[in-house]
Design a protein around this ligand. Structure first.
Ligand code: PBG
Length: 351
């Protein structure tokens, strides 16, 4: 270190409002830094990279079927035997991760196909790992794709209303998580909004020797109309009622912070806010409350379909709109984004 007097002598005095840097127009002109692409790139605050993206895949039973999803142009349910080729394409685009949703051949009241060793998800995980060992495989963990009533757990009228019974559902979720981990899932992502689900899954995973598998909790998931197209995709529309006794009221923000705090206390490694675009305030507040915890935003099916429909009509520039939305997620505080646009975005970002 030595003599510090030089350092003290050369120190710049603090800025004052009278400094030219704080002077109003005409001294201060923010357009100066927008004059060229190179300048704009230098001062850009937010970046968007293909390594921030996670692509959802819908896996169904059967052979050599690519079943387009009518309400989600460009997306399809695919059979397990098409997954390896799909994974190779995804990896070649530089997309680092996928999240899997399963459409089982048979559904029952408790969704037992969800933890079958030869279930669609379990088989798909193995196919992907064999085809592309480096591709990260996340699994959505929920009952609604597997139950015949389409709700996210065990349904009964024990409390006086017909509803999903929380604690018996936790057992099923833990069982499903262990089954996914045994099949090779890299990250478990519970989306059912059951109280205590993260703790129950953590206990289940740890008990089965999967202490190393992280949990990405759908911590603040709203009862949103934007999931409409997904329910066609996953064939998971509730056969009666809705999900408002477990998913959050779109009018609430403080409650999202309580949900997030609880999930962290239960051991969540990563957090998710869902949907994304209509909930950027929540993304921002969660990131501010927990800056050190990796945060994921889910750009959901309805948000994707709106964009596709407007683009098909020629009302919006699909490429520019998509990249603007994904950048907005990042600017709001999302570290990673689950999006059906991942393949297109990867191509656009590499150009
Ligand atoms: C399962 C689940 C849903 C979505 C992700 N996981 C549907 C729902 O909660 O009804 C929605 C994803 C999307 O709309 O893209 N619980």
């Amino acid at each position: 270190m030595g003599d510090t007097s030089l350092f003290l002598r050369t120190q710049v005095p603090p800025f004052r409002m009278s400094d030219p840097a704080f002077a109003p127009f005409p001294a201060l002109r923010l357009r100066r830094l927008r004059r060229s692409p190179a300048l704009r790139a230098l001062v850009r605050e937010t970046d968007l990279a293909v390594t921030d993206l996670i692509l959802p895949l819908f896996i169904r039973s059967g052979h050599q079927i690519r079943q387009p999803i009518h309400s989600m142009p460009g997306q399809a349910q695919i059979t397990v035997d098409l997954v390896a080729a799909e994974a190779r394409e995804i990896a070649s685009l530089g997309i680092p991760a996928v999240i899997l949703f399963g459409i089982p051949p048979v559904k029952d009241p408790v969704g037992s196909a969800a933890w079958a060793d030869a279930g669609v998800i379990q088989q798909a995980i193995a196919e992907i790992h064999q085809a592309v060992p480096g591709l990260l495989v996340m699994t959505d963990l929920c009952c609604c794709e597997y139950t015949d009533h389409g709700h996210c757990g065990v349904v009964n009228d024990r409390t006086g209303i017909v509803d999903v019974d929380n604690d018996p559902t936790l057992e099923l979720l833990a069982r499903q998580a262990v089954s996914h981990a045994r099949a090779g899932a890299d990250v478990i992502a519970p989306s059912g909004m059951m109280d205590g689900m993260v703790a129950a899954i953590r206990r289940g995973l740890d008990g089965a020797g999967f202490q190393h598998i992280p949990i990405l909790s759908y911590a603040a998931k709203y009862a949103s109309a934007f999931y409409g197209p997904f329910r066609e995709a996953a064939e998971s529309t509730p056969q009666f009622g809705d999900r408002r006794t477990y998913q959050m009221d779109p009018a609430n923000a403080e409650e999202a912070l309580r949900e997030v705090a609880l999930d962290l206390a239960e051991g969540a490694d990563l957090l998710m806010v869902k949907p994304g675009l209509a909930y950027l305030d929540i993304v921002c507040r969660v990131k501010q409350a927990h800056p050190g915890v990796p945060l994921c935003a889910y750009h959901v099916s309805g948000e994707y379909s709106m964009l596709k429909a407007a683009a098909e009509k020629g009302w919006l520039d699909e490429r520019r709109t998509t990249l603007e939305i994904l950048t907005a997620f990042r600017r709001a505080g999302a570290d990673m984004i689950i999006t059906y646009t991942a393949k297109d975005a990867a191509r656009w970002l590499s150009e």
